[in-house]
Design a protein around this ligand. Structure first.
Ligand code: FES
Length: 281
């Protein structure tokens, strides 16, 4: 865990959180329980607490868990955006605060909330303010892949039609034809806080979504996205970005060069972690 992943020194609060994590684990971690805890553990800010999220699985290295998925939508023109949960006003410790939380995401029973992204300092970012003004489209950064930097300028919106070689794409790292990637940002316009994201369009995701309710609801046309912040010490990993990834079995996965963590973007798992509260304003 990084320093920023640790709770402030508030012994009463920490004790309470630990107790609840144990209890929730025994009870099978119901999302209702997690939501109830949210409203009780936020003496230093909004949200946070035990959180169940969908993530791309961590399969190697020191990272403690997967990176959180961002459910996506594709508009009529093909532009890809990350879904931001509904903004709701909830009462925490007698104070009304706003939280972005959708309790039954597209009828899947999944609670999707901003808590999914509240780690590694991201909880302090402007984009994590529930009411931050954004169209939520993914925008290209400088482009980690040749095809991407040839297609987009930084700031251009990612469009599914530009991923048309997704069935065959390769760049010499690992196996070709697994999926076509791009890197970008989300909810990061007009702020210095940049939320890095990675998008991947793959036939594997298309196929998996056919008999998986969550993937059917959170991906589209084979496109999946996640917040690209390593859960170890918060570096920005990459899918097929480092030739050295092969040494650590990460050539067909998402590899973090900092300490060799590997994630599998084709294995979406539920993960439980303690989200950090958004600081009080
Ligand atoms: S493996 Fe350490 S920051 Fe990613």
């Amino acid at each position: 865990m990084s320093d920023s992943d640790k709770y402030p020194a508030d012994s009463g609060r920490r004790r309470f959180v630990k107790g609840v994590v144990g209890g929730a684990a025994l009870a099978g971690v119901g999302t209702t329980g997690a939501a109830a805890v949210n409203s009780a553990t936020s003496s230093t800010g909004s949200g946070g607490g035990p959180t169940q999220a969908y993530a791309i699985e961590n399969t190697g290295g020191p990272a403690p868990r997967g990176m959180p998925q961002i459910p996506i939508e594709i508009d009529d023109e093909g532009y890809i955006r990350g879904v931001w949960p509904e903004v709701q006003t909830v009462t925490q410790n007698g104070v009304e605060v706003e939280l972005a939380i959708t309790e039954d995401y597209q009828g899947t029973g999944v609670t999707y909330s901003q808590d999914w992204f509240q780690y590694c300092g991201v909880q302090t970012y402007d984009g994590l303010n529930p009411t931050f003004e954004s169209d939520n489209y993914f925008r290209s950064d400088n482009g980690a892949y040749d095809w991407q930097s040839e297609t987009y300028s930084a700031g251009d919106r990612l469009n599914v039609n530009d991923f048309d070689e997704y069935e065959t794409w390769g760049n010499g790292i690992g196996q070709a034809g697994l999926g076509m990637p791009a890197t970008g940002t989300w909810r990061s316009q007009d702020t210095e806080d940049t939320m890095p994201i990675q998008v991947l369009r793959s036939t594997r995701i298309e196929e998996a979504a056919q008999d998986n309710e969550w993937l059917a609801a959170s991906t589209d046309q084979g496109v999946i996205a996640w917040l690209n912040k390593c859960t170890h010490f918060c570096c920005v990993p990459g899918y097929k970005q480092a030739a050295s990834s092969a040494t650590f079995g990460g050539e067909d996965g998402v590899y973090c060069q900092c300490h060799q963590s590997v994630y599998d973007p084709f294995s979406i798992v539920e993960t439980l972690f303690t989200a950090l509260p958004r600081p009080s304003e």
